[in-house]
Each structure stands twice: as structure tokens, then as C-alpha cells.
Design a protein around this ligand. Sequence first.
Ligand code: ATP
Length: 199
Amino acid sequence: MRLKKLEMKGFKSFAQRVELGFETGVTAVVGPNGCGKSNIADAIRWVLGEQSARSLRGQKMEDVIFSGTDRKKPQGLAEVTIVFDNNAGMMSVPYQEVAITRRVYRSGESEYFLNRDRCRLKDVKELLMDTGIGKEGYSIIGQGRIDELLSQRGEERRLLFEEAAGIVKYRTRKEEAEKKIKQTNENLSRLKDILLELE
Ligand code: ATP
């Protein structure tokens, strides 16, 4: 699966709409200090569902919205769209091109879209499971991440291998099913108590 395009508007230093095409052969982004290289990596992590403002180098989520300069007014919302080539079908949706969009307003309200249709963060997470590009994925290795991985306990490191092996989806479904079974058993025992009281 290949990253094809990134569109940003009102995100951090990108006040105006900026479109970056990642054609085959693009391997690096270079530029002077402070020009926004790390903001591009932040935009990718953010649109893929990052919930921690601190890991995006901010205090609160609204900090990703363009805050204005001497010449430009602050923006009211930030929007990022990432486009993947899904020809190999790694994402289980019937589209050859998958566009994920995230929008956040100053009120803190957040919205997600999948190929322009509104969806939930849960849908985005499920779509990215086992592709290696989700939050627990290995497609973005930040500074210090390798050291962190090496010093992690075996069980923690296992999560990364599970993602690579493509079994996260099944583990998540199993956990959800177990939760439902537990809840159903609790409901059944409550029902039994009520029946006993009525007898
Ligand atoms: P370096 O090479 O030094 O690591 P860089 O190219 O990675 O730099 P970034 O860290 O991506 O640069 O960008 C930093 C710039 O982004 C700063 O000028 C900062 O003021 C600006 N910036 C960050 N958040 C916002 C925001 N919400 N609104 C406006 N500008 C922002």
C-alpha cells in the first residue's frame, strides 16, 4: 500500500490548502529549519487518529489549528486528508484509492470521513488494523522510538509484532466478543434474580 497524497488546510503552519504528492521515488522531505517538515509527519499521525496532543508537540488538540501570524488571521478549523493506493486490497474496503479525512474545530469538535463519507474514529481504526499504519503501527518511527522498543518488556514489544503479523483485528474482535458474552451473562443472572422474585 502506498501513500499517494496528503492535503492540509489550517493545520499547524499550513494556513492555506497545501497538497503534497508522494509519487514513486519520493524518499525524503527537505527544507530549512522551522519550514514545517515535522508538521507534515504530525499531520499524517493526526489524520490517522492520534489522540494525544502532546505526541503532536502541543498542549491541547486545538493547537494543531493554524494560530495566525502578523500577516495571516488564525483559522477556525484544521483539515487533513491522506490518500492511499489500495490496489493491493490491504484495506478491506472496495476502493482502489482510500482517502481518510480528519477535521477539528476550535470548539474541539472532531470529524472523520472515509472517501468523503462521514465515519467514526472507530471505523478509521478498524480500517487501519494490521496494515502497519495505525497508531500501534510501524510505518512512522519517531525519534527515540527504536530505543523505546528495545527497552520495552516482551509483552509490550509483542504488540508491534502482532500488527506486522496481521492478527490485531482478530484479537480486537475476540476482546469485543468476550465483553459482550460477559455482559450477556450478567443480564442473564439479573433476569434469573427477577424470575426468582416473581415465583
Ligand atoms: P526543524 O528542521 O528545525 O526540525 P521543521 O521543518 O521540522 O524544523 P516544524 O517543527 O515542522 O519545522 O515547524 C515549526 C513551525 O511550525 C514553527 O514556525 C511553528 O511556529 C509553526 N507552527 C506550529 N504549530 C503552529 C500553529 N498551530 N499555527 C501556526 N504555526 C504553527
